[in-house]
Design a binder for this molecule. Structure first.
Ligand SMILES: *[C@@H]1O[C@H](CO)[C@@H](O)[C@H](O)[C@H]1NC(C)=O
Length: 347
């Protein structure tokens, strides 16, 4: 486990060989609120401009993989996206398939449709579900309803899904996703890398810390920062524990009294910080988009990497298109399936 897996050695992985039934569950934001809708609709919708993408190569399971479809081999990955993030999502999916030893999906949808593009289930996220709950933050992009869709994952996924990996759309996975999938949650509802050296105080306002009733929420916990862009979630436990409502309750507090600065992250911290299963930092090398205000270039932290995450203001596809890429953006470029990008590179 002490090294970063590359594409070449992933296929020779000496790990437990299980078939990967990679079921991608996409929460897709409608561009507009749907009149009369209550909550999340589960009717499939078409994403715009999918013809703008190259088809990925076919992926085949290794000989050791059990037949696709065996339940123990299933890996559910959920991402949320709108048209702006489609390109990032395609790259993320491509990276997952490239680095896993058993990438073939048993999903009938997948086999009847051209390769990697459509082996997914799509669920529409109705932004009106969350719109009235959002308070303004330091960066407008963080206030988009879709950022909050992850709160409603457990309510949206089919009942048979008991665990899910949630990923932001600005990531690439460079290791076998099954390793993250098989983490022992040890009774926790969420597993994610934890950062106990980060200054936790600064995510909340003085008004929060000086209110004894509010700050008492952390009593008995040692809260540490974690990033909600990569999470393994026990969906059944999330539903049973009413976590959606608990996160929403903190958003309601924020509406009445400003208790934190950023968008969708702090309410997660309020409910879960200090009560998650910590996984290795290699699973979320975050911040590659630069900081939230200026989006300056950032370099990699030392240590092994299994997942790269362009959180922060800058996105690699935008910086590459504008021909002002950061060095780390060249790590994203090989997973870009967008046709126009290929043309640009050939120029
Ligand atoms: C953490 O952040 C708070 C608020 O910005 C600040 O007052 C405090 O001095 C910081 N603590 C450390 C150890 O840097």
């Amino acid at each position: 486990m002490a090294r970063t897996w590359t594409m070449a050695d992933a296929s020779a992985a000496g790990l437990r060989r299980r078939s990967l039934a990679l079921l991608l569950l996409l929460l897709v934001a409608a561009g507009h609120a749907v009149a009369g809708a209550s909550g999340i609709r589960v009717d499939p919708i078409r994403l715009p401009s999918s013809a703008a993408f190259r088809e990925a190569p076919a992926f085949r399971n290794g000989d050791e993989c059990p037949p696709p479809g065996s339940p123990e081999g299933r890996v559910d990955v959920a991402m949320t996206l709108d048209a702006n993030y489609l390109r990032g999502t395609m790259a993320a999916v491509f990276s997952i398939l490239q680095h896993t030893a058993c990438p073939e999906s048993p999903d009938p949808l997948a086999r009847s449709a051209p390769r990697s593009r459509t082996w997914n289930q799509r669920h529409r996220f109705d932004p009106s579900r969350v719109r009235g709950r959002i308070s303004r933050s330091v960066r407008h992009a963080l206030d988009q309803p879709l950022n909050y869709a992850r709160i409603y994952l457990a309510d949206t996924l089919p009942a048979g899904v008991r665990r899910v990996i949630y990923l932001d759309s600005d990531v690439v996975v460079v290791d076998d996703v099954r390793k993250l999938w098989s983490v022992d949650l040890e009774g926790h509802v969420v597993a994610a890398p934890e950062y106990c050296h980060a200054n936790f105080t600064k995510y909340f306002t003085d008004a929060f810390w000086s209110d004894a009733d509010l700050s008492a929420t952390f009593r008995g916990r040692r809260p540490c920062y974690f990033n909600t862009g990569v999470m393994v979630m026990d969906v059944a436990k999330w539903r049973l524990g009413g976590y959606t409502r608990r996160v929403e309750e903190w958003m309601a507090v924020q509406k009445r009294k400003r208790i934190y600065h950023l968008g969708s992250l702090p309410p997660f911290l309020l409910v879960l910080a200090g009560d998650i299963k910590a996984v290795d930092h290699r699973w979320n090398q975050h911040g590659l988009g630069g900081d939230n205000m200026e989006g300056k270039c950032r370099s990699l932290h030392p240590g092994p990497i299994s997942l790269l995450h362009w959180s922060g203001k800058g996105k690699p596809w935008l910086r590459l298109d504008s021909r002002k890429p950061c060095t780390v953006d060249y790590l994203w470029a090989p997973y870009d399936l967008y046709k126009a990008a290929a043309t640009a590179l050939e120029e």
